[in-house]
Design a protein around this ligand. Structure first.
Ligand code: HEC
Ligand code: HEC
Ligand code: HEC
Ligand code: HEC
Length: 332
């Protein structure tokens, strides 16, 4: 089984500017074997065979990866990351000289709050276990079921970001983000004429937001279409003193990737949330934060969730925002 060795060979712990190399045994000390004996164990097999016994195919290995990784994380947390500290001395770090000194302020703060290395640095050598099977499968199912153009509902919700046009088969006007409510006005073959109700902030012409005062993206308009939304009312936000306009915008989309039942999208969002945000700490409930706070939290966690592509990241953010404390309370 070559997987862990091949991953290791690509990591900074194998090759780096200082030429100091961490062996498997400097991070993995087999149970029951004293610290002094560790150096004698060289063969890769001996070091990881204690995890499960025989994992002679890639598939068997991948099936066990999450379980094995969780075991290593738990051991390292219990030992206060002793393995890491045998080379990295906490007192020796010069945060100002880090590659990302600004980001590394989080490290300084975390260490004073007694978080340990492994809580923030998972996957430094190996691939992170893939726990995305569940929500990816659901996404595939939704995609398949949304290719059928026989739309009957009076509103639909895009599964992914979709383009919108000024007419059936016309010029592009902008991009509509996933899960935005589209009221169906007309149907022509594979095309739908739809209306979007939302809010714009005075001066921010490129965006339509879902709700007043909340930065939950609905639609991003191209330059040519920015004058098109119709203003129905205008108000001054008492908290921020910004002016907001309630608008509606009529446009055309294609029928592909439209879901009629938004709860199906939210099931997908919930699964993605638990799988993505529940590996290191318990997934924090969406209604723990305000809609606008979720943007910053997601940014803070960005380095931990590199497995998400842009589309998935935006979807997760929108799912969390539309279930945020202030949105749920307003009954939206
Ligand atoms: C045998 C010594 C050794 C051990 C044990 C060790 N490291 Fe390292 N680590 C290094 C060296 C050497 C570098 C590369 C420094 C450089 O770039 O010159 C490094 C780089 C890093 C980096 C930056 C590069 C990257 O891959 O992101 C992180 C983060 C890191 N180590 C975390 C850890 C953690 C967490 C552990 C424990 C699980 C650990 N190290 C165990 C020696 C070690
Ligand atoms: C609270 C979270 C947190 C904890 C705890 C933590 N780190 Fe970090 N660490 C970070 C962040 C954030 C960065 C900067 C962003 C990046 O480079 O990934 C960083 C960067 C690093 C780097 C890269 C330095 C460089 O040259 O850029 C190393 C090495 C490192 N940490 C090792 C450790 C070790 C060893 C421990 C345990 C003693 C530890 N960290 C504990 C969050 C943490
Ligand atoms: C710098 C420390 C470090 C080195 C060096 C290292 N590992 Fe790991 N290993 C870890 C950590 C941490 C985990 C837990 C999962 C994670 O965060 O990637 C882990 C997990 C594993 C797992 C469980 C499966 C998985 O991918 O999570 C196996 C097996 C393993 N290591 C074997 C090896 C072998 C074999 C070598 C040498 C070729 C090696 N490790 C080198 C730190 C290290
Ligand atoms: C790889 C591990 C890891 C993953 C995955 C992860 N987190 Fe975290 N999270 C941490 C650690 C470590 C801390 C505490 C240190 C820090 O702030 O970096 C933290 C802190 C937090 C905090 C409190 C600090 C703040 O920024 O307000 C929130 C909220 C949070 N995480 C939410 C999330 C969400 C939402 C996701 C998924 C999008 C997520 N986390 C995924 C490791 C992780």
């Amino acid at each position: 089984m070559k997987t862990p060795y091949e991953e290791y060979k690509k990591s900074k712990h194998f090759m780096n500017p200082s030429g100091v190399r961490a062996e498997c045994s400097s991070c993995h000390i087999p149970p029951g074997i004293g610290h002094k004996l560790v150096k004698k164990i060289k063969a890769i097999n001996e070091i990881y065979s204690h995890f499960t016994g025989v994992l002679d195919t890639e598939e068997k290995y991948e099936n066990q990866r999450a379980r094995m990784a969780e075991k290593v994380w738990a051991d390292m947390k219990a030992s206060d990351s002793r393995e890491c500290r045998s080379c990295h001395n906490q007192e020796g770090f010069v945060i100002a000289e880090f590659k990302n000194p600004k980001e590394a302020e989080r490290m300084k703060k975390g260490l004073t709050e007694h978080l340990t290395c492994i809580e923030c640095h998972k996957g430094v050598v190996h691939k992170m276990p893939d726990v995305s099977g569940g929500y990816k499968k659901l996404h595939e199912e939704l995609k398949l079921s949304s290719t059928d153009p026989k739309i009957k509902a009076d509103a639909v919700y895009p599964l992914n970001m979709v383009l919108c046009y000024n007419a059936k088969g016309g010029e592009r006007e902008g991009r509509i983000l996933a899960a935005t409510r589209l009221t169906v006005l007309d149907k022509k073959g594979k095309w739908l004429k739809v209306r979007i109700n939302g809010w714009r902030q005075d001066g921010v012409d490129a965006m339509i937001y879902e709700l007043q005062g909340k930065r939950i993206f609905s639609t991003a308009l191209d330059k040519a279409a920015r004058a098109k939304p119709i203003v129905h009312s205008t108000m001054l936000d008492p908290d921020t003193e910004q002016t907001w306009h309630q608008v509606s915008y009529t446009t055309w989309v294609m029928t592909a990737n439209m879901v009629e039942d938004r709860n199906k999208l939210w099931n997908y969002g919930e699964m993605m949330h638990n799988a993505t945000c529940g590996t290191c700490h318990r997934a924090i409930r969406a209604d723990h934060f305000l809609a606008n706070q979720w943007i910053g939290v997601m940014k803070d966690m960005k380095r931990h969730i590199r497995q998400l592509d842009k589309e998935q990241y935006r979807f997760l953010q929108k799912y969390l925002q539309l279930h945020a404390k202030d949105v749920v309370k307003s009954g939206h």
